[in-house]
Design a binder for this molecule. Structure first.
Ligand SMILES: [Zn+2]
Length: 101
């Protein structure tokens, strides 16, 4: 199953959350929800301080802003990555909504 960065839309395999260094799966999900792809990048803020600073994804978006907004909303609604909507699922929901009206 893929999860998508809310900032650029890039897909990641959700198993990557299990492999995020220094994080439990749950912490990794929280980090991904706020930083997107940036959650997987480690930035050391100084040589003397080993603490890790994450930065929000800076990649160019591969989806229009409306889609990224909906990806973000579905991530805000659930702490469980397997409940987050993919762009494909969002497309289908949008189409179904259009047909209703
Ligand atoms: Zn991203």
């Amino acid at each position: 199953m893929d999860i998508h960065c809310r900032h650029c839309g890039e897909p990641w395999d959700h198993d990557e959350l299990h492999d995020m260094e220094g994080h439990t799966y749950k912490q990794a999900a929280v980090a991904f929800r706020s930083y997107g792809c940036g959650a997987f990048v480690r930035f050391l803020n100084s040589v003397n301080s080993p603490s890790v600073v994450k930065e929000t994804c800076q990649y160019s978006p591969i989806y229009p802003p409306e889609m990224l907004e909906l990806i973000g909303q579905s991530q805000d609604m659930s702490p469980y990555p397997d409940e987050w909507s993919s762009p494909d699922e969002i497309e289908i929901m949008l189409q179904a909504a259009e047909e209703m009206f």
